[in-house]
Structure formats: structure tokens, C-alpha cells
Design a protein around this ligand. Structure first.
Ligand SMILES: NC(=O)c1ccc[n+]([C@@H]2O[C@H](COP(=O)([O-])OP(=O)(O)OC[C@H]3O[C@@H](n4cnc5c(N)ncnc54)[C@H](OP(=O)(O)O)[C@@H]3O)[C@@H](O)[C@H]2O)c1
Length: 349
């Protein structure tokens, strides 16, 4: 075991690579050695200081158990990922080692053994894909449907979430149209052969109310995004809130709180501008979603061209500057950037 490890911490809103002493491997500890860690929009929001309600910096992790303590569900060498929705105490995932503490039952739920033989570059998508999978499960549950065959889904926001939701929707049999406010991401997805041209559209293009379902997956579901969703949705259709919502913001002319609907995964009926439709929410993901997604990646690679979404693999040394530039909007990236953690860089015993 190393005596020191390097970890990127947020200090006054700045990502800083620091050398820290490793805690003693006690029985209440789990230690993970990450290989790859994806950079997520929420990491950038944490740096920008606009993600006040929770912190899970560096959570798209794929790594191996280095020390399992007294946890009987895990063994040294197990391949694992992290479910950041379970409250445990740990350091940032942008690190050579992750030291996690918590109730054993919570640790078992938060640190999930990965099944399958897919390359780690695709397994690192388990966490973001689990949110997309959960989104489609929430949709099925709101609609009380087991199949989405034949339904038309419009997704607003062609970022990583919108893209993964689009892939899960297509796998579930829906006809998918992905909308984005600027062309860059649409071109990227077409060039990378993730979606075809006639599945990709600009927000603001003339739309008619022909969509059974509209999923709002933008960083911020602002009033313009909601207006566009309302224009697209069929009478009695369902607008599903996935992207960022702000506490207190209401749907126009109603007292329906969008943030509450999303986080509580509620379903409401709205009548607005002579059209009746539903607004529902989807939030986070759970162990079932993680397990389902592991199987999807293994069994259906044709539906999940995840490696085509990777734009860069950088080192832990390069990551602080990349994270800072992304937070200051100096670096625009359309796909997934992965941080590769090389083994044994820090001082060892
Ligand atoms: N419900 C959940 O459980 C859950 C889970 C994970 C993530 N999320 C949330 O989902 C959101 C999207 O995440 P992501 O990973 O897809 O982010 P991302 O890859 O950075 O993409 C952000 C997307 O939002 C668009 N956008 C940003 N501001 C917009 C605006 N004012 N109007 C229209 N479009 C706008 C961007 O369009 P441009 O290309 O034009 O910039 C881009 O398509 C985040 O807020 C994240 O917190 C929710």
C-alpha cells in the first residue's frame, strides 16, 4: 500500500492536485484504486459553485478494490463503480486512491461490483447511463407502460445526458428526435455516428405538437426550454423533467414547482393554452438501474456506442487545468473526457 496518494480537491472553488497521507486501512474502511474517472457536468457545476445541495466530485469511477475491510460483500481485486446517490464519506474520485467510510450496508450499496468483460472505457459510463436508464424507467412508470414501441420522444438537450437518454429510448423501441440550441453537439453526434441526421434538430426549429413524450435534459430547464417542450407535446402527452431545475421555479400560470416535481419524481396534470398534458419528474438512479445498465453494456453494445462518445483521455496531472477551463467555459467539449489514473505515481513505502 502507498503511504501517500494524489487527489484533486476543490479549494475555494479551484481544483488542486495535492499529495495526502493515506489513512490506516482500518476495518471500517474500503479502499478503491480507480483506473478511469469520467468528468461529468455536475463536477463542473461543483467547481462553479452552483451545485449547493450535494457534493460527489469525481463519481464516474471504475476501479478495483484495494482493501475491503470487514465488508463481506466485496473482495480485494473486485472491479467496482460508485453509486453517488448513496450517502457515504469519501474523498474525490479524481484520485489515485479512494478511501470510503460508512455503514456497511450503505458501503455495499454505494460501491457496486461490476459484472461483464467490456472494456473499462465503456464501463466508466455505467453511472451516467444508469441515470438515463432510470429516466426511461420513470417514464414507463409514469405512463404505466412496459414498452415504448412506436412512441415518439423528443429530447431537448444533446449533452451527455440527452445523448444517453436517446440511446436508451431507441433501445426501448421509441422513435427519437434530439434537439439542441446550438449546432456543435448535433454535428458531433452525427460525425461520431451516434445518431443520424434526421434524428437531430435545432431548438427553435418549427415544431408541431406531435410528440408523445418530451424529455427536458438541458443543464438548466429555463422557461424557454419549457415553452419549447410545451409547443412539441401532443395533447395528453408527458413532459419529463430530467435536467437542471431551480428551487422555487414554477410552470407558467400555475403553482407547479418544477424542481419538486423532478426531485420527488411526481406526475402532474397541467392545462395551459387550451392543451392538457402531464409533467413528470425523474431523479438519480438506484442499484437496479446500475445492474440493468451493466447488462446492457455487455449484451447490447450495438445500441450503446459509448467509446464513440469519448473525446479525450487525460492524466491526473492534466485534470485540474482541464476541469478549471471547463468551469470557466474556456474549453468547450461535446463528448466525454476521461481521467486515466496511472498506478503508483506517488511516494510509496
Ligand atoms: N435527473 C437526474 O437524475 C439527472 C442525472 C444526471 C444529470 N442531470 C442533469 O442533467 C443536466 C444535463 O447534464 P449533461 O451531462 O447532459 O450536461 P452537458 O453534457 O454539459 O450538456 C448540457 C446541455 O444543455 C444544453 N443547454 C445548456 N443551457 C441551455 C439553455 N439555457 N437552453 C437550452 N439548452 C441549454 C447544452 O446545449 P449547448 O450545446 O447549446 O451548450 C447541452 O446540450 C445537468 O443539469 C445535470 O445536473 C440530471
Amino acid at each position: 500500500m502507498n503511504s501517500f496518494f494524489r487527489v484533486i480537491e476543490l479549494r475555494s472553488g479551484e481544483p488542486v492536485l495535492t499529495l495526502k497521507r493515506c489513512p490506516e486501512p482500518t476495518e471500517d474502511l474500503i479502499i478503491i484504486r480507480p483506473f478511469l474517472v469520467g468528468i461529468c457536468r455536475s463536477d463542473i457545476k461543483e467547481i462553479q459553485g452552483i451545485r449547493k445541495h450535494r457534493s460527489d466530485f469525481g463519481h464516474e469511477v471504475i476501479g478495483r478494490i484495494e482493501w475491503a475491510g470487514k465488508l463481506q460483500s466485496h473482495l480485494k481485486g473486485d472491479l467496482v463503480c460508485i453509486n453517488p446517490n448513496i450517502a457515504i464519506s469519501r474523498n474525490s474520485g479524481f484520485a489515485e486512491l479512494i478511501f470510503a467510510r460508512g455503514e456497511p450496508a450503505l458501503l455495499s450499496k454505494a460501491i457496486l461490483r461490476v459484472v461483464g468483460n467490456s472494456p473499462v472505457e465503456t464501463l466508466v459510463f455505467i453511472e451516467p447511463l444508469s441515470c438515463a436508464y432510470h429516466c426511461i424507467s420513470s417514464l414507463r412508470s409514469h405512463l404505466k407502460l412496459t414498452s415504448l414501441n412506436g412512441l415518439s420522444i423528443g429530447i431537448i438537450g444533446a449533452g451527455m445526458s440527452g445523448t444517453l437518454i436517446g440511446l436508451v429510448s431507441k433501445h426501448a423501441g421509441a422513435k427519437v428526435s434530439v434537439f439542441n440550441r446550438t449546432m456543435g453537439r448535433l454535428n458531433f453526434l452525427q460525425e461520431r455516428n451516434v445518431f443520424v441526421k434526421n434524428e437531430l434538430f435545432l431548438v427553435g426549429e418549427q415544431v408541431s405538437p406531435t410528440f408523445d413524450i418530451v424529455i427536458a435534459a438541458t443543464s438548466n430547464i429555463d422557461p424557454a426550454v419549457m415553452r419549447f417542450a410545451e409547443d412539441m407535446i401532443k395533447p395528453n402527452g408527458l413532459i419529463l423533467l430530467f435536467g437542471g431545475t431551480t428551487r422555487g421555479e414554477v410552470f407558467p400560470d400555475t403553482d407547479l414547482e418544477l424542481d419538486r416535481i423532478r426531485r420527488q419524481q411526481e406526475l402532474m396534470i397541467v392545462r395551459h393554452h387550451d392543451k392538457e398534458f402531464r409533467i413528470g419528474g425523474t431523479y438519480e438512479s438506484n442499484s437496479f438501474d446500475f445492474v440493468a445498465v451493466m447488462n446492457y453494456i455487455e449484451e447490447f453494445p450495438q445500441y450503446y456506442p459509448l467509446n464513440r462518445l469519448i473525446t479525450q483521455i487525460i492524466s491526473l496531472d492534466q485534470a485540474p487545468q482541464m476541469l478549471a477551463e471547463m468551469a470557466e467555459l474556456q474549453y468547450i467539449n461535446y463528448g466525454k473526457i476521461l481521467v486515466k489514473i496511472d498506478l503508483g505515481n506517488s511516494a510509496t513505502t
